[in-house]
Ligand binder design. Structure first.
Ligand code: ASP
Length: 326
C-alpha cells in the first residue's frame, strides 16, 4: 500500500515538474498566396533566417525562466525590425503616404492587455502595447495619444524615413494609381503581419500581433491586429492566438476569441476549435488568412486557409522548425 502510494505520488511529482518546466513559442510572419513558383531560394532563405532569429530570441527568454509576455515581445520586435514583414520597419504605406501601425498583446493569467493603433514613428509598436498591458489605466490607445505615451515610457522613436522602404513605396504608388486598397501585396496576396504565442514554465500563455495594415488604407482604417479578441487573445484556461489575414473578416468573426470560446464553452480541443473557425466559419465568409494557436499544455496549431503562412515553433521538447508553404 505504502509502496503504491509512493509510486503514485512520485509519478504525480514527476508529471507536475515536467508540466511546469515546459515552454513553447510559435510565431507567424503573415499568411496569404505564398507560392513556391513566385519565390527565389534567396528570398526563402531570408524568410527562414528571420523566423529562426525571432524564435531563438524568444526561446532564449523562456529558457532563462522568462515570461511568455517577454518572449512574444522580443520575438515580435525582431520581426518588426526586419524589412521582410509588414510591421515596424517593413510597414506598408497608407493612402496619405504615411506608415501607420497597430499592435496588441495579451496575457492569459490575469487577462491584462495592451493595444495601439494609428501610430507613427514608434520603432517597435509591440513594445508600446506591452507598456500599456502593465498600465492599469488603459487597454487601447490611438494615434497622437499613443505616441505621447511612448515618449513618457522612453520608447525608441524614429524619423519617417526609417519606414520608407523602396519596395513598399512602389507598392503604394501602384495601388494608389489603380485606386485600390491592397492586402500587403495583392498581386500575390500576402499578409505580412507578424505575431507570436508563447507558454512559459509557470504555465502562463501570452499572444502578440503587430502590423502596418493595408497598403493605401484610408480614413484611419484599423484592422483586426490591434483588436483584442479579433487578432489577438490569451487565456490560461484555453489558449493564446495571433491572427493574420483580411482584417475586416477577422473583426466580424471575432476570430481569436471565438477559438477560445469554443474551447471554454463547448469543450473543443485546440485543433478542433481552430478547424471550426479558420477552415469552416472564415471560409464560408470568404475570409482569407490564418492564425497560430497554443494551449496551456503546450499543444500548438498553425491553421490557415490560404496557400501559405510564414511560421515556426520551438520549445523545451521541440526542435526549432520554420515553414512557408502548406
Ligand atoms: N490582418 C491585417 C489587417 O487586416 C493584415 C495582415 O494580416 O497582414 O490589417
Amino acid at each position: 500500500m505504502s509502496v503504491l502510494f509512493y509510486t503514485l505520488n512520485s509519478n504525480f511529482i514527476d508529471i507536475t515538474i515536467k508540466k511546469m518546466k515546459k515552454f513553447v513559442i510559435a510565431i507567424h510572419g503573415g499568411a496569404g498566396t505564398i507560392l513556391r513558383k513566385n519565390m527565389t531560394s534567396e528570398k526563402e532563405d531570408a524568410y527562414h533566417e528571420a523566423l529562426r532569429a525571432a524564435l531563438e530570441a524568444g526561446q532564449d527568454i523562456l529558457n532563462k525562466k522568462g515570461t511568455a509576455i517577454e518572449a512574444v515581445t522580443v520575438a515580435v520586435s525582431l520581426m518588426e525590425d526586419s524589412p521582410l514583414f509588414n510591421a515596424g520597419k517593413g510597414s506598408v504605406y497608407s493612402h496619405n503616404g504615411q506608415n501607420e501601425m497597430e499592435a496588441s498583446i495579451m496575457e492569459g493569467e490575469k487577462l491584462r492587455a495592451g493595444a495601439i493603433a494609428g501610430v507613427k514613428n514608434v520603432k517597435n509598436p509591440i513594445q508600446l502595447a506591452k507598456s500599456i498591458l502593465f498600465d492599469d489605466d488603459f487597454v487601447y490607445l490611438l494615434g497622437h495619444g499613443a505616441e505621447e505615451y511612448a515618449d513618457n515610457q522612453k520608447l525608441e522613436k524614429v524619423a519617417d524615413e526609417y519606414f520608407q522602404t523602396q519596395f513598399r513605396k512602389e507598392q503604394w504608388l501602384a495601388a494608389k494609381g489603380e485606386g485600390k486598397v491592397l492586402l500587403d501585396h495583392d498581386s500575390d496576396k500576402k499578409f505580412g503581419t507578424v505575431g507570436a504565442v508563447a507558454l512559459d514554465i509557470d504555465g502562463n500563455l501570452s499572444a502578440a500581433t503587430s502590423t502596418g495594415g493595408l497598403t493605401n488604407k484610408k480614413y484611419g482604417r484599423i484592422g483586426d491586429s490591434s483588436v483584442i479578441g479579433s487578432g489577438t487573445y490569451a487565456n490560461n484556461n484555453t489558449c493564446a492566438i495571433s491572427c493574420t489575414g483580411y482584417g475586416e473578416f477577422f473583426l466580424r468573426a471575432v476570430v481569436a476569441y471565438d477559438v477560445s470560446c469554443l474551447m471554454e464553452y463547448k469543450g473543443l480541443s485546440l485543433k478542433e476549435a481552430c478547424e471550426q473557425v479558420v477552415m469552416k466559419k472564415l471560409v464560408e465568409m470568404k475570409g482569407e488568412g490564418g492564425l497560430i494557436a497554443l494551449d496551456s499544455t503546450g499543444n500548438f496549431e498553425f491553421s490557415f486557409n490560404s496557400e501559405g503562412m510564414y511560421r515556426g515553433a520551438v520549445g523545451s521538447d521541440l526542435a526549432l522548425k520554420t515553414y512557408i508553404y502548406k
